[in-house]
Design a protein around this ligand. Structure first.
Ligand code: 5GP
Ligand code: MN
Length: 336
């Protein structure tokens, strides 16, 4: 493991740097990556964000987005960038399986690997780790990495601030989850002072639904929501055919699970979707209920206590059935 002075020293001259983040990046994954990118380019580094896959259109407006390389679309270029990198920053994930094929390329690379993350149970592949599970977002950690560790608060310009604000806003559920502490609000105030236009960012991320997405949401709530009052659980499941019928694209399903969780008394909500290659689950919970434990134990996944995900090779009906059969095991936590 490197210490911060060795890492700072490495960053004292222009380096070839790759910043990567998890499969199907969300607002925090892209916000923290592009925030760090906009910081590094000010110091003359040759930095590139390499995403394992595509990501939602409501994130495409972020400063630096036009420079992002998507591995699945530009494999050769991405592989070359990773092979030639002197440093690789791994943001918002901590096991290499979360970046698919890129994982092996990163593992094999001789670059110095820096992990900045807030998920449980990190894998040991990094040379420097800035990790805190109490952080509400990786973007919060990138902020304190720049200001407290690298001691360059002067380089939090409007572009950096805009990206980091987006990461904190999206991962904290718009500043409402329990880990949105007073110190997070102080950081956010600093980001607004540095040039993040908060109302505009909210508009760009949350008021940019396509008509299809809104109609699909209506379909999910009217026809696909199943409430299990005896377990305070609500499940929304959708087939691949339904995704096609509504022309659903990456990002359109994001946040739908939160509507199920918003029903009074519901402590666990699931959104289960049949993708072409596998069934994907998103779980959200309230209070002490460990959504990540279910994902890890039964659905090859993980995440945070109140927001976790996983997947399965089984069919959609089998996955729904499996989840329903797990619920009695958790009844005392669900019904209090
Ligand atoms: P989402 O439901 O939005 O896909 O994911 C919610 C949370 O669970 C995110 O913090 C994400 O990092 C985590 N997560 C989602 N899918 C997986 C997975 O397959 N493995 C692990 N370890 N975490 C996941
Ligand atoms: Mn995150």
């Amino acid at each position: 493991m490197l210490d911060i002075s060795a890492l700072s020293q490495l960053l004292n001259q222009p380096r070839k740097i790759v910043i990567t983040t998890h499969h199907k990046p969300d607002g925090d994954a892209m916000g923290s990556s592009l925030g760090l990118y906009n910081y590094l380019i000010q110091q003359g580094h040759h930095a590139k964000v390499v995403s394992p896959t595509d990501y939602p259109e409501f994130l495409w407006w972020m400063p630096g987005n036009e420079e992002v390389i998507i591995y699945t679309e530009q494999k050769e270029q991405a592989a070359q960038l990773v092979a030639e990198a002197e440093l690789i920053f791994c943001l918002d994930f901590n096991t290499l399986t979360r970046i698919n094929e890129l994982g092996e390329l990163v593992r094999q690379s001789s670059a110095v690997k820096v992990m900045i993350d807030h998920h449980l149970e990190p894998e040991d592949f990094d040379d420097y780790r800035y990790w805190n599970i109490n952080a509400c977002a990786t973007a919060q950690l990138v902020y304190s990495f720049i200001t407290d560790e690298l001691k360059r608060p002067d380089l939090i310009n409007a572009d950096v601030a805009t990206c980091l604000y987006t990461g904190i806003m999206t991962d904290s559920g718009s500043f409402r989850f329990p880990n949105t502490t007073a110190s997070v609000h102080r950081i956010v105030a600093g980001l607004i002072e540095a040039g993040a236009v908060n109302w505009r960012i909210h508009e760009l991320v949350y008021s940019s639904s396509s008509e299809n997405r809104l109609r699909f949401l209506g379909h999910c709530l009217t026809n696909k929501l199943e409430v299990l009052p005896e377990f305070n659980t609500a499940i929304i499941s959708v087939t691949h055919r339904e995704l096609e019928q509504f022309d659903i694209i990456t990002g359109d399903t994001e946040g739908i699970v939160n509507y199920a969780l918003s029903i009074t008394g519901i402590r666990l909500a699931a959104f289960i979707v049949e993708r072409p290659d596998r069934v994907k689950l998103s779980l959200r919970s309230k209070g002490e209920f460990p959504a990540n434990e279910i994902c890890k134990k039964y659905f090859s996944g993980g995440g945070h206590r109140n927001a976790a995900g996983g997947h399965s090779e089984e069919s959609l009906p089998q996955v729904i059935d499996k989840l329903k059969h797990i619920l009695p095991e958790y009844k005392t936590l669900l019904v209090q």
